[in-house]
Design a protein around this ligand. Structure first.
Ligand SMILES: *Cc1c(COP(=O)(O)O)cnc(C)c1O
Length: 356
């Protein structure tokens, strides 16, 4: 099947849930649009690409994704630009990363052009769901899972690929409190930390819950071997600002998710002449900078929140407060500019917006 043969059949929903939406009280990721995209992998190829009314899916009790975790996902967003046109932010990057995750999990790839076309078609059909409200967007969730009905451990021979859409507001409303994790591990070298594999998130919940019980929103993950180097913050990449330089853990090791938001932030900062360092970042270096007051800023970077400022960092028995939000000029400027690009208010000089 080539892209021209990739013809999506469409079964439109007879009614829309859009009128029942309460935009003022929108929980993150719990409301879905009227349609979804589905296709299946059988006998070595993808078949029956279709858009159907949003509905439950049937599954066999022995479905291998449930038992052995061959399950991956992506997350990206569609925006309503100020002139009313719709755009998706860097879907080519998500399509590439999806297939890197697929490879690592022994799952079949979805040709990039199909994946992007599936997203484009679905967003178009549910275009009325793309919010026209500041800070709001349409979250896009592509995912794939193994469907063999067999409790034997081996790569499944059948899979389902789907895309669902969820209108969302701001993920975090206030700067977050994070705790540097000294014991638990998100990802180890040689593991699957670089993949957006479902099990990574299941494994992170227990330690994250501990942190939440102690008054933090999320964890700062450290390396699996010594817990001396900083890796990520919750499900976001982490960026620090010291001496007017942006510093972030290097992606070279396969324990860090290669975030598209972080990549975009670093591209923008470099373009503006801000020094950027991607390297190992030790916990000691960050604690020293917190103690001496040279840590100007720290924030998480990810599609859900774009840029989530960190208010407090906890480490062992100490709690450090970061500078007031108003003083964080660079990250505020980056956030505003990224938002302006996505909404078509600033020139998209990097070509990041894919118009729907
Ligand atoms: C998705 C994700 C990110 C952020 O990636 P974006 O492409 O910016 O959304 C960072 N870390 C983890 C662990 C993630 O799952």
């Amino acid at each position: 099947m080539t892209l021209s043969e990739f013809s999506i059949s469409i079964d439109k929903s007879s009614s829309s849930q859009l009128q029942t939406m309460d935009w003022e009280n929108l929980p993150f990721g719990k409301v879905f649009t009227d349609h979804m995209f589905v296709m299946e992998y059988r006998d070595g190829s993808w078949s029956n690409p279709r858009i159907t009314p949003f509905q439950h899916i049937e599954m066999h009790p022995a479905m291998s994704a449930i038992h052995y975790g061959q399950s991956i996902f992506e997350g990206l967003k569609a925006y309503r630009q100020h002139d009313g046109r719709l755009s998706v932010f860097r879907p080519d990057m998500n399509a590439k990363r999806f297939n890197e995750s697929a490879k690592r999990m022994c799952m079949p790839e979805v040709p990039e052009s199909w994946l992007i076309e599936a997203i484009r078609s679905l967003v178009k059909i549910d275009s009325d769901w793309v919010p026209n409200k500041k800070g709001y967007s349409l979250y896009i969730r592509p995912f794939m899972f193994a469907t063999d009905a067999w409790v034997g451990i081996k790569p499944s021979e059948t899979y389902t690929f789907m895309v669902i859409l969820s209108p969302v507001g701001n993920y975090y409303s206030e700067p977050v409190r994070v705790k540097i994790e000294p014991h638990y591990t998100r990802a180890a070298k040689g593991g699957v930390g670089r993949a957006k594999a479902a099990g990574n998130y299941g494994a992170s919940m227990y330690p994250a819950k501990f942190a939440q019980d102690n008054g933090f929103h999320q964890l700062v993950w450290t390396d699996a071997k010594e817990h001396k180097y900083i890796e990520e913050s919750g499900t976001m990449n982490i960026v620090f600002q010291i001496n007017n330089t942006l510093i972030t853990p290097s992606e070279e090791e396969d324990t860090i998710l290669r975030g598209i938001t972080k990549r975009s932030i670093l591209s923008l900062a470099s373009h503006w002449g801000i020094p950027v360092e991607e390297r190992k970042v030790s916990v000691a270096e960050i604690v020293d900078a917190l103690k001496s007051g040279t840590l100007q800023d720290a924030f998480g970077a990810g599609t859900a929140a774009t840029l989530a400022h960190i208010a407090v960092i906890g480490y062992e028995d100490e709690v450090f407060h970061l500078p007031a939000l108003e003083s964080r000029e660079l990250s505020l400027r980056i956030k505003n500019h990224l938002d302006a690009i996505k909404l078509g208010e600033a020139e998209d000089s990097f070509g990041w917006n894919a118009l729907v």
